[in-house]
Write a protein that binds this ligand. Structure first.
Ligand code: APR
Ligand code: ZN
Ligand code: ZN
Length: 358
């Protein structure tokens, strides 16, 4: 099969013919129908997320089950599935508390090579998935069955950015009707936070991004205001739009300590900053102590939108089906696997909300 291989830090990916390893009894072989290109893939290439090459990247994908191992219970050949980039066992302490994003057994199924290069080198896969390929072999824990007519490219986005962003608003922050929200960074994940805040009934949704295309997309997807941080301190601009008070929830959706600090400053007294973006693994985030204590501001971490994937994937697909969640307008372009490096260039250049490999 063809797959895009991360071969060297900061270098281009190499699209090659590789040989899948034999599936085990708990494994499922999936034919990938669409795979979104997320900034976390770029974080692996840049070294912000530690993962040694060579590896098959891609963690935001959908597909059709091609084969199942003898011990696979919940999936059958022909099922439509979305990959969960945090494999969830369903029975551990966290999974039983609707916290499958913190599953105790996630890492037990991420450590196996899933293909071999022509020279015999084994290939690991990103988060146990590896969706930048024609097929992927993964544990049943990594897949959620979906019955829907939503197109493949849109379904793929549910695998990471949409669940992370909408979940950040609905699950992590629990935005309420009438709340005020700011979103710093309006890529695929940030636009999903904006849509989650709209679905929750937020009254003010302020999109903060230096790129005009992102601000325009945000206004089309539910933002009520757009702020260009190049036109003055974004904290002051957001405060000016909220009567000087700041917002109930400020989401950081880039992964930079400086913008997490901005989110904290944008939150009102008693409000919260929500750190959604993944920073370089060596970074620390600093917030001022007086507002933390005396103004009771909160700083919330958020992984995978605090999602229980087997509950939330179908719920999000339902929002798409009934028109409340617009994924069609988050997809700026679709490309073949051979153009994977072009997709990363376009992301870095700020030319797309999301590219999807089909
Ligand atoms: N202020 C506001 N927005 C900014 C700034 C800034 N200082 N710097 C960059 N941005 C914007 C970019 O213009 C872009 O629109 O942040 C956005 C980031 O979007 P993408 O690169 O598309 O990233 P995305 O896939 O949405 O992921 C965002 O979430 O899941 C994590 O690892 C992921 O850390 C990454 C973050
Ligand atoms: Zn992602
Ligand atoms: Zn679990």
């Amino acid at each position: 099969m063809r797959a895009a291989i991360f071969v060297e830090p900061n270098g281009p990916m190499s699209v090659e013919d590789v040989t899948p390893t034999d599936p085990g009894p708990r494994d499922v072989v999936v034919r990938i129908t669409a795979s979104g290109v997320c900034h976390s893939d770029l974080h692996v290439i840049s070294g912000a997320l530690p993962m040694p090459p060579p590896a098959i990247l891609g963690h935001e994908g959908a597909g059709i089950v091609e084969a199942v191992g003898a011990e696979v219970k919940g999936l059958a050949v022909g099922d439509r599935v979305i990959g969960s980039f945090i494999p969830a066992c369903g029975v551990c302490w966290h999974c039983l508390r609707d916290e499958s994003h913190l599953c105790d057994n996630t890492y037990t199924v991420m450590g196996s090579p899933r293909a071999v290069r022509a020279d015999g080198t084994p290939l690991m896969t990103m988060t146990g998935l590896g969706t930048f390929a024609e097929y992927m072999t993964c544990d049943e824990m990594s897949l959620v069955k979906i019955e829907t007519d939503v197109p493949d490219a849109q379904l793929a986005l549910v695998g990471c950015g949409v669940t992370t962003g909408v979940g950040a608003a609905l699950n992590t922050a629990k935005v309420q009707p009438g709340d005020t929200v700011a979103v710093i960074g309006c890529g695929g994940v940030g636009q999903s936070v904006i849509q989650g805040a709209r679905i929750a009934g937020a009254s003010v949704i302020i999109a903060v991004d230096p790129v005009a295309l992102k601000r325009e997309a945000a206004l089309g997807l539910g933002a009520t205001h757009a702020v260009d941080p190049g036109e003055g301190d974004p904290v002051e601009q957001v405060k000016a739009l909220t009567g000087g008070r700041g917002v109930d929830y400020a989401f950081e959706v880039i992964g930079l300590p400086a913008t997490v600090a901005q989110a904290f400053d944008m939150a009102r007294s008693g409000g919260a900053a929500v750190a959604v973006g993944v920073s370089h693994f060596t970074e620390s985030i600093t917030v001022p102590s007086f507002p933390l204590v005396l103004s009771e501001k909160r700083l919330l971490g958020c992984v995978y939108g605090s999602a229980q994937v087997r509950r939330d994937f179908p719920r999000l697909v339902g929002f798409v089906e009934n028109g409340r969640l617009d994924l069609a307008n988050m997809i700026t372009r679709t490309l073949p696997l051979d153009d994977i490096n072009e997709a990363f260039r376009a992301m870095t250049a700020g030319e797309v909300v999301r590219s999807v490999i089909v």
